[in-house]
Ligand binder design. Structure first.
Ligand SMILES: [Ca+2]
Ligand SMILES: [Ca+2]
Length: 565
């Protein structure tokens, strides 16, 4: 099980996992804590003022439990005990006392991914990644190179996104992971979320490029690291994760790092595990807390490790080169608590330190660095126009400051915060994320209307600053926006103080829109979509209603007029 060598020979680099100390058998085969369940689906109901005025309290079905009221709007929230939201909404809409009823979509949007092991991933909670996934989950336009032991492309959480890589020792394309370390790191960066299986990584669409630098003992050479960095950038990697290190400040690696940096790549490295007396020798260091390279290079973001309580892990190194911290686990010889380790993917064909197929708990600054690399990938995918320096600034500026105020030698700029980083990327021009709220107040679903139909509602992009962030609203009758022509000009930018109050943000007061639609007799579907200026994203809503036609004279050809022609 020795994935790190007992002593570090000169001119070698090792993978920065804390050495596995043989301890009591793992007891993690038992059922893991269930993923946090949302409180259940909800419906939103507004009663007709007439129904409330009669003094009779409307009684929804026994399936519903009252949760609360959105005061400014008089909209009540009910939990659906059976979970069958569609049936509840249908029953409510059939009730004449109900003005409208709809699923509480916001609750659904904020739901957690359905991956069964997410409940064990304290690390993702610590950096607010689940909240960030409501805004963005990462596209395939960013490639992260993982200089490591290879990546297993057959793992169900990684399959389809491992791109061809390089084995720098064999000068071949064989990047099979015979140690597991690289597959673990890759899973933190990009394990597929919401696929009903396994774990969740930070950026679900990211391309993972394996650069195998190790031999079968986990050792790597300086020349291999330098070659690997160069190969990765040559083949399109914008982010390079370096979860290894050594004591030598190699000029060759410096040159490779500098060149990669000049070409716009973001390099992220493990800060080193020699921060405590208990382990520095077994970690291959000859002194306590020596600078570890390449992390200590100025052009590289060095990442230290946090335990599950947010404290610096005892082994994590300190010094002026530390830039950020991220979850790495406390470790220790008593391997009994999964919260002391980071759970991620493992080659299904390799035995893992605990008896489970395809997953492993590991600990070290090796595990911390990919949290930053994965967050960087999510940031870049959210806003592809950002420069490398902008991505780096976002990571530093949005980190949660820990320890003494400001940058310090223990925590750097602080703990990476995925939510805040993605929010920042989304607020800058060129972003792709949006949080568009598009609400139709009228017509209400399934109403029957006479005469012209008034369309009314509001739309905001809550990620935009200083306005609604919406620059176009379009309506389509009986045709989806992808197929049809929009109806006449909507009037939008109408003051909606109720919306501003609802969101608690005064800048969004001008979110209203309205349009009068001539609908012939019959049932119709009205589509409305709103466009976010910042993100370029559209949000679409539709509503069904029935019209009994305009009660105006029908313009038939006049026989008299025809005769006088
Ligand atoms: Ca998964
Ligand atoms: Ca600080």
């Amino acid at each position: 099980m020795a994935r790190t060598r007992p002593w570090l020979p000169a001119l070698t680099l090792v993978l920065l996992v804390v050495a596995a100390v043989p301890g009591p058998a793992w007891s993690l085969g038992a059922a893991s804590p269930a993923a946090q369940e949302a409180d259940g689906p909800e419906v939103l109901v507004r009663w007709r003022p007439e129904a409330l005025a009669t003094g009779q309290t409307p009684t929804p079905t026994a399936d519903l439990t009252y949760v609360g009221t959105l005061e400014p709007l008089g909209v009540e929230r009910y939990r659906v005990r059976s979970g069958d939201v569609a049936a509840s909404v249908a029953a409510l809409r059939a009730d004449p006392a109900v003005e409208f009823a709809e699923p509480n979509r916001q609750i659904r949007l904020l739901g957690l991914p359905n991956d069964p092991r997410l409940g064990d991933q304290w690390n993702m909670q610590q950096i607010q990644a689940p909240d960030a996934w409501n805004l963005a989950t990462g596209g395939g336009d960013v490639t992260v190179a993982v200089l490591d032991s290879g990546i297993d492309p057959s793992h169900p959480d990684l399959a389809g996104r491992v791109v061809p890589g390089r084995n720098v020792r064999e000068t071949s394309g064989n990047t099979r992971d015979d140690l597991g370390h690289g597959t673990h790191v890759a899973g933190i960066i990009g394990a597929l979320g919401n696929n009903g299986a396994g774990v969740v990584g930070l950026s679900w669409g990211v391309r993972l490029m394996p650069i195998k630098i190790t031999d079968r003992f986990g050792d790597a050479s300086i020349v291999g690291a330098a070659e690997g960095i160069r190969w990765a950038v040559d083949h399109g990697a914008r982010i390079v994760n370096l979860s290894f290190g050594g004591l030598d400040d190699s000029q060759t690696v410096r040159l490779a790092v500098r060149e990669a940096r000049l070409r716009g790549a973001l390099l992220i490295a493990a800060a080193g595990n020699c921060g405590e007396m208990a382990s520095y020798q077994s970690e291959g260091c000859d002194t306590l807390n020596p600078p570890i390279y390449p992390a200590a290079l100025e052009e590289v973001i060095a990442v230290g490790a946090l335990d599950a309580t947010g404290q610096l892990a005892p082994y994590s190194e300190t010094g002026d080169y530390i830039r950020l911290t991220a979850p790495g686990g406390a470790g220790g010889s008593q391997r009994t608590n999964p919260r002391d380790y980071v759970l991620s993917t493992w080659p299904p064909g390799l035995p893992s330190p605990i008896d489970q197929t395809g997953f492993s708990y590991e600990v070290g600054t090796s595990m911390a660095a990919p949290h930053v690399a994965g967050t960087a990938a999510l940031v870049w995918s959210t806003n592809p126009t950002l420069s490398r320096d902008q991505v780096e600034s976002i990571l530093f500026d949005t980190a949660d400051d820990l320890g003494v105020p400001g940058r310090d030698d223990r925590y750097g700029y602080g703990r990476v915060n995925t939510l805040r980083a993605v929010e920042r990327a989304a607020s800058l021009p060129g972003n792709r994320a949006a949080d568009i709220r598009l609400i139709l107040d009228a017509p209400q679903p399934d109403v029957v209307l006479a005469g012209p139909v008034t369309l009314q509602g509001w739309a905001v992009d809550t990620l935009a600053d200083g306005g609604t962030g919406i620059d176009a609203v379009e309506a389509y009758l009986d045709q989806s926006p992808n197929q049809g022509q929009p109806l006449g000009r909507l009037q939008y930018g109408i003051a909606r103080p109720d919306v501003a109050r609802l969101l608690g943000r005064g800048g969004f007061a001008n979110a209203g829109f309205t349009l009068t639609v001539d609908a012939p007799a019959g049932t119709h579907t009205l589509w409305v979509r709103a466009h976010s200026a910042l993100s370029g994203a559209w949000s679409v809503q539709q509503v069904r209603f029935a019209a009994i036609g305009r009660l105006t004279p029908i313009a038939l050809p006049s026989p008299i007029a025809t005769a006088t022609r």
